[in-house]
Write a protein that binds this ligand. Structure first.
Ligand SMILES: Nc1ncnc2c1ncn2[C@@H]1O[C@H](COP(=O)(O)OP(=O)(O)O)[C@@H](O)[C@H]1O
Ligand SMILES: [Mg+2]
Length: 394
């Protein structure tokens, strides 16, 4: 089956899209990655998404406009990737869209909203489109996150001989932990790049949106008092499963932790970078992980990765690329996989990871080229294997 997976993450920096050929054989999903593109949002779209997110207040007409404009942007990327990789013959597009609100109250997810109207993708590609991938898990009592746990368990193994973690460092950090004789678990750890990005955008008046190569953080000194104030947030101590987002970790949150005392930009970035490393290291140690496979934009920040290695001396840290999927393509590949499973009627969530009452077939389906079937859940895959062509994908 020819499948495209797409997402713009909480950093709303770019639309990530992948094209894969999937086959299901004897409970293994075989994947051939044919293409990966990262298409930055237009300047206009990026600044309008920024104005839409909490704690900003928006209007319902702006939500409608952005739902359309983001849907159209995703549609353009999908149509182009389908032409390049499938001669226009994509069967399924699974689009996560753009998260604009993730409603968590008293440790429970009550709702989640991703926009980017999928009908535009169906119209532009003719594909069967799967969208709204998180809501079913929330309705089943789960957090609707981290959905990456599905792919992590298929790649790392449900019950490997050692304790393994798959870590994603996007706007928010999340981890999936698998090991011998234990149920897989997963949770959002806290801010990975969210607060660093907010600080840079604020202090550069929007000229920069992230600390390129962690240069600023590398020059600065950690402010221990400020770090301790950040680490005191009750979110970190709360038990898994749990999820969070930019509804909590935004610029006003950052500012509310600063005192009157002046703090240089480099020192603030060093402190926020250390916060990410420390919260991730705590999560990794709490669950006894001895082998960590990382992905996401944060892996491209050498100051962060160095801090992580310093905080986790006994843990082997490598990139998820070892399993055949380039780290930058991982999240989009996850949604392609979910789309593939959904049109086969197979479950795309793991209840012990999201905290749901049961696993569920995910998404809302817009009819198109691919017929929707309903395989028996005992045909659900137990492994995901990327074939060799993966290495040639751009
Ligand atoms: N070269 C780099 N140096 C420092 N940070 C980087 C670099 N490349 C990416 N990032 C960080 O990664 C973020 C994007 O990561 P991504 O995995 O796309 O997150 P999301 O899934 O939230 O969109 C950027 O906002 C930035 O903070
Ligand atoms: Mg991104």
């Amino acid at each position: 089956m020819n499948v495209i997976g797409m997402i713009s993450g909480t950093s709303y920096d770019a639309i990530e899209a992948v094209a894969l050929e999937f086959t299901l054989a004897e409970r293994s999903v075989h994947a051939r990655l044919l293409g990966h593109v990262s298409v930055p949002y237009s300047e206009d779209l990026r600044s309008r998404v920024a104005k839409l997110l909490p704690p900003q207040v928006t209007t319902i007409d702006e939500v409608c406009r952005l739902d359309t404009l983001i849907g159209q942007s995703f549609a353009e990327v999908a149509a182009s990737l389908s032409r390049d990789c499938f001669a226009g013959d994509v069967d399924v597009v699974c689009s996560h869209g753009q998260t604009v609100f993730h409603w968590v109250k008293d440790g429970h997810a009550l709702g989640t909203l991703q926009i980017g109207q999928g009908t535009w993708i169906a119209e532009a590609t003719g594909a069967t489109v799967v969208t709204d991938v998180r809501s079913r898990d929330v309705a089943a009592g789960g957090h609707g996150a981290p959905l990456a746990s599905l792919m992590d368990v298929l790649l790392l193994g449900k019950s490997p001989p050692n304790v393994r973690g798959a870590l994603n460092l996007g706007g928010i950090s999340n981890i999936t932990v698998v090991g011998p004789e234990r149920e897989p678990i997963a949770f959002d750890i806290g801010p990975a790049n969210a607060l660093m990005d907010a600080a840079v955008t604020w202090l550069s008046h929007g000229v920069e949106t992230f600390d390129g190569d962690g240069a600023s953080a590398a020059r600065g000194e950690v402010d221990d008092e400020l770090l301790a104030r950040f680490l005191g947030d009750p979110y970190y101590a709360a038990p898994a499963p749990k999820s969070t987002g930019k509804e909590l970790f935004h610029l006003d949150y950052l500012k509310s932790h600063l005192t009157q005392r002046a703090l240089a930009r480099d020192d603030l970035l060093a402190t926020l970078c250390e916060l990410t490393a420390r919260t991730v290291a705590d999560a990794v140690q709490d669950h006894g992980v001895d082998e960590l496979f990382a992905s996401g934009g944060g892996t491209r920040n050498p100051t962060l990765m160095e801090a992580l290695r310093r905080c986790l001396p006994g843990v082997a840290i490598s990139l998820i690329d070892d399993f055949g999927v380039p780290e930058a393509a991982k999240e989009a590949t996850l949604f392609a996989l979910i789309g593939f499973l959904s049109v086969l009627g197979l479950e795309g969530s793991i209840a012990s990871c999201t905290g749901a009452r049961h696993a569920a077939v995910l998404g809302a389906i817009i009819p198109g080229r691919q017929m929707v079937t309903s395989l028996n859940s005992n045909q659900s895959p137990t492994h995901l294997v990327f074939d060799a062509l993966t290495r040639d994908a751009s």
